[in-house]
Structure formats: C-alpha cells, structure tokens
Design a protein around this ligand. Structure first.
Ligand SMILES: C[S@@+](CC[C@H](N)C(=O)[O-])C[C@H]1O[C@@H](n2cnc3c(N)ncnc32)[C@H](O)[C@@H]1O
Length: 310
C-alpha cells in the first residue's frame, strides 16, 4: 500500500510502511500481532501486500476499534499490550506467531481530538488517557501529586531541564482542568530564552502522558513477554518515538541477543550462552527525508527489528 487510504489520513498516517512490510516479509504466510493497531494503517498494508497473512490487532483505545475493516484475516481487540499473553491460544490465534509489530506513542487521532486532552495547542479537558484502563487522568495527576512527585515525573519522563520550577508553579496555581491553562502556566514558569526553543510545554505534556498511561512499564512488560511468543524465524519490529522508549527496546533486544554473560576478564567463555534471538538492525532505521517532509510526525521515529533464531 503506497498511498494511505482516507481513514489513514483522518485517523493516523502510518510511518515507515514500506520498511515495516519488508522487515515482516518472512511472516507473510503466518500470524502477525499488531500491538498498536491505531488507525490500522500498518495492519491494512500487511493484509494488502501479503494475501495469506493473518493479523491480530490490539489497541487500548476504543476509538481505534471503531471502524475495523471486514476482513476474515483480521481480528482486532481492545486491550493493553502489556497483557499480550491473553490473546494467544484463543480464537484460532496460535501460541507463537511469525511477527509482532509495535508502533509506539499516540495516534494523530488522539493528538488532534480536543476532548482527549493530549495537545498543548488545543483547548480541551486535561485527560490524556489512551484508554479506559488508565485509572487516573492528567488532571487527577496534576492536581493531586505533590511538588516533588511532579518534578520527578517531568525530569524522568520529559527530561525537562526546568522540572522543579515548573512543578512549583503548577502546585501554586492549581487546580487545572484545561490543557491550554496548564500550557500557559508552564510557559510562564520557564525563562524567556527557553521559550524560544520550541513550545515549553512539549516535554511536560509528554511526561504527564507517559505517567498517566504508565507507558514505559507497559512497554518493558511487553518486551519481556514478546520474544517468547515468536515462532522460530519470527520477527519483532518496534518503532519508538523518543529516547526513553527506544532505550527500553534496545536494551531488551541486546539482553535477549547476548552471546556471553561471563564476568569480564575470564580468558574463555564458561557460561555456554546460546541466544535464541538475533538483532537484524545493527543501527536503528529512520524515515527517509521524503517521508519526514510529507509526514513531519514521522520525524522522530526509530525502527528496530530482531528475529527469533531458535
Ligand atoms: C502511533 S499509533 C499506531 C498507529 C498505527 N500503526 C496505524 O498505522 O494507524 C499508537 C497506538 O498505540 C496505542 N497504544 C499505545 N500504548 C498502548 C498499549 N499499552 N496497549 C495497547 N495499545 C496501545 C494507542 O492507543 C495508539 O492508538
């Protein structure tokens, strides 16, 4: 599928579609789990390119499940991918699959829908829950966490340089219920020079979103479970959009592919490590300049792929 269909354009423009298709080509005759179905752009591209593939889509956002195409090779279910184990061995899905795909982060639909409250540009309720399984909204977090907790979230999940002064301003001025009110408070809390390097609320909004949706713990849990669900020769493809996500993916890949775990300094290997996983992307793959130009939201994507070898 070279051109996105209208639903892709409305819901989400899929990123690095050709790259995903080619890394997952060995799975063309088997089952692929699309853990982040979103607007279904990648799933549909796989179904169009590979007539014999079967795709299981997962998304924690009920909006993503709304308009699933009627195709007997596709089933889509509302779930958090951290519970990926629940989909195997049911409804015809085997215990192990030939492909697992993760396209992390938020969809354009989520970002651009004011009432979801993800965007600091758009006025809306301070929500940011990707799905009903997240137990607190952004407003709950911002209005109840103490200053130290907020600063720590902004630092850890947003790598925000001015985390402490932003947290202090929020605690002084809360409660907040609207995205743009919070964004203005953040802008007022940072030095004027800092405001010139992009919107000052960008990192804090990212941090709140990650905390509200417990994104990094969910990703780490999934990575722990996914390798064991790959059949021999099965591939996992992950697209991350910021360094915190990518670090988790990269570390999980490296740990699984580790050839020797002997303490450094031993003259010969005594651990007998026999890895069952091989990293196929020595360096992370990035979108082409042409793709970034036509879809600026693809800009920060990094793709990694690995294969189960035994
Ligand atoms: C970047 S979009 C995926 C877009 C999709 N590949 C497409 O082509 O339309 C990310 C999607 O992953 C979903 N998501 C994020 N974290 C999730 C999780 N822990 N479990 C299930 N879905 C998740 C979001 O709700 C969102 O719809």
């Amino acid at each position: 599928m070279d051109q996105p269909t209208p639903r892709d354009q409305i819901y989400h423009t899929p990123v690095m579609v050709q790259e995903v298709l080619s890394w997952l080509e060995p799975a063309a005759l088997g089952w692929i789990v699309d853990c982040t179905y979103g607007g279904g752009g990648h799933s549909r591209a796989l179904l169009e390119r590979y007539p014999d593939v079967r795709v299981v889509g997962i998304d924690r956002d009920p909006d993503a499940i709304d308009e699933v195409p009627d195709d007997p090779r596709l089933m889509v279910t509302e779930a958090n991918f951290r519970n990926i184990g629940g989909i195997f061995g049911r409804g015809g899905v085997p215990d192990r699959v030939e492909g697992i795909l993760l396209d992390l982060g938020v969809s354009s639909h989520q970002l651009d829908t004011d009432v979801r409250g993800f965007s600091y540009h758009r006025s809306g309720p301070l929500d940011m829950r990707m799905g009903p399984d997240a137990d607190r909204s952004a407003a709950d977090l911002v209005n109840t966490a103490d200053e130290r907790e907020l600063a720590s979230i902004f630092k850890r999940y947003g790598e925000e340089h001015h985390a402490r002064r932003i947290a202090e301003a929020i605690v002084q001025q809360r409660p907040f219920h609207e995205t743009t009110d919070l964004a203005s408070c953040i802008a007022g809390a940072v030095p004027a020079a800092y405001r010139r390097g992009g919107h000052p609320a960008r990192k804090v909004f990212q941090a709140i979103r990650i905390a509200v949706n417990d994104e990094l713990a969910g990703l780490a849990t999934l990575m722990g479970a996914a390798f064991d669900r790959l059949a021999k020769g099965g591939r996992i493809v992950v697209m991350a959009y910021h360094s915190l996500e990518d670090r988790i993916v990269k570390r999980a890949f490296v740990d699984r592919a580790r050839t020797c775990v002997c303490p450094p300094g031993l003259p010969v290997c005594v651990c007998g490590a026999d890895p069952d996983f091989k990293i196929l992307t020595r360096k992370a793959v990035r979108p082409s300049a042409a793709e970034i130009e036509s879809n600026p939201r693809s800009r920060s994507a990094v793709l990694r792929c690995g294969e189960r070898i035994q």
